[in-house]
Design a protein around this ligand. Sequence first.
Ligand SMILES: Cc1cc2nc3c(=O)[nH]c(=O)nc-3n(C[C@H](O)[C@H](O)[C@H](O)COP(=O)(O)OP(=O)(O)OC[C@H]3O[C@@H](n4cnc5c(N)ncnc54)[C@H](O)[C@@H]3O)c2cc1C
Length: 390
Amino acid sequence: MTTYDVLVAGAGPAGAATAAYFARQGFHTLMLDRHTFPRDKICGDAVTSGAMEILVGLGMKEAILKAAAEQLFYPIDSIRLLSPKGYQLDTPVNDSHKEVRTYIAPRLHFDNLVYEGALAAGVEFQQGAVQGVVRENGRAAALTVKTAEGTQTIAGRLIIGADGVTSAVARDLRQGQTFTDNHRAIALRAYLTGLDIIPGGVEFYMYDEILPGYAWIFPTAANQVNIGLGMRLDIYRGQKSKTTLNQLLDHFLSLPAIKPRLQPGYTLEGVATWQLNMGSQTNLPYAFDNALLVGDAAGFINPLTGGGIHNALISACLAGEVGTAALKANDTSAAALKRYEKLCYQQLSKDMIRSYRLQYIMLHFPFVIDWLVRRMGANSRFAQTFIAKL
Ligand SMILES: Cc1cc2nc3c(=O)[nH]c(=O)nc-3n(C[C@H](O)[C@H](O)[C@H](O)COP(=O)(O)OP(=O)(O)OC[C@H]3O[C@@H](n4cnc5c(N)ncnc54)[C@H](O)[C@@H]3O)c2cc1C
């Protein structure tokens, strides 16, 4: 049986970027996913220039520029924020001068780009559904994987759980510890054709029915937008009205700021919901004997914006950095890998704890958001936060 240096469960952005990092360091790396690529992922599709820059560092610049030139990715240069009382703030996105920009990058194309970038870096791929972690002397040693040929056991010196919010690897390694509903969210996204857009502009709507969540309009093309909304799970479940996400979307489409912009015969496609685990809950481990969790499997979604791709890529690089040192030193014990948790805390969690405080303000003192939107200038940090924290 082959023992890979690195075995990555999940080939989404977190898994493919982590696998690419290790392969570029010369490690024999296998990435597993239950789907073949290209595949869709329910998402707002907003990818910051910071996230794109990480991919440039992993050798994917040409592919990003090609996707942008082919108009698969839609560049963003402004943000509109609507506060609970309807105050409006328009502000530029200050990265138009950069080689890679903030884009609305439909996940069908974006994830395939990162996946192909990983293959180009030398990563091997196998389709299969990871079922769990095999332990040897208490250490993660292999994954059981259900493939078309049957169930296999695949061994790795280092195992990376990058299998998203429903991670089988995290479930096994965390032994039942999980996120509480106040650090989870549920969200709906759809593709709407036939809405007058703000060219190059993303829109965030904060209003009472869904606070501290928000609704978004992210253009993917001149006549198509990714539209959706998200709510904190405890608040969604606690609604007396039991309004569903689909009904909330209908309410959003009938708001005075949206309804007049809908063209006759507009269509909604790809309406789907998915869940999010927020990085503001910090009592869960990410580093184990021979294993690390990255991206949504770890739970690195920003509680304010629901953005997780940039954080997934940051965690991929941190896992690559710490994992490379551990593999070279032939010590992949939890003690050696703990540095990953420290770096994640410094570079990700601290910021998400701050975002959770801002979310608390949005929930309990929504007039503060009205005040911020009314009083802050177009270049306010508050407005930029929404893009920067995606
Ligand atoms: C409605 C919605 C809107 C969002 N909008 C944005 C946004 O606009 N911008 C942003 O930055 N973030 C957004 N997010 C968050 C973002 O989608 C995630 O943070 C991001 O996808 C994390 O990447 P990942 O690679 O960790 O996980 P994923 O993208 O979920 O990838 C996980 C991969 O693992 C595979 N997998 C899962 N289980 C198994 C298994 N058992 N065996 C094998 N493979 C498996 C899956 O097929 C998938 O390919 C949104 C999330 C939602 C739900």
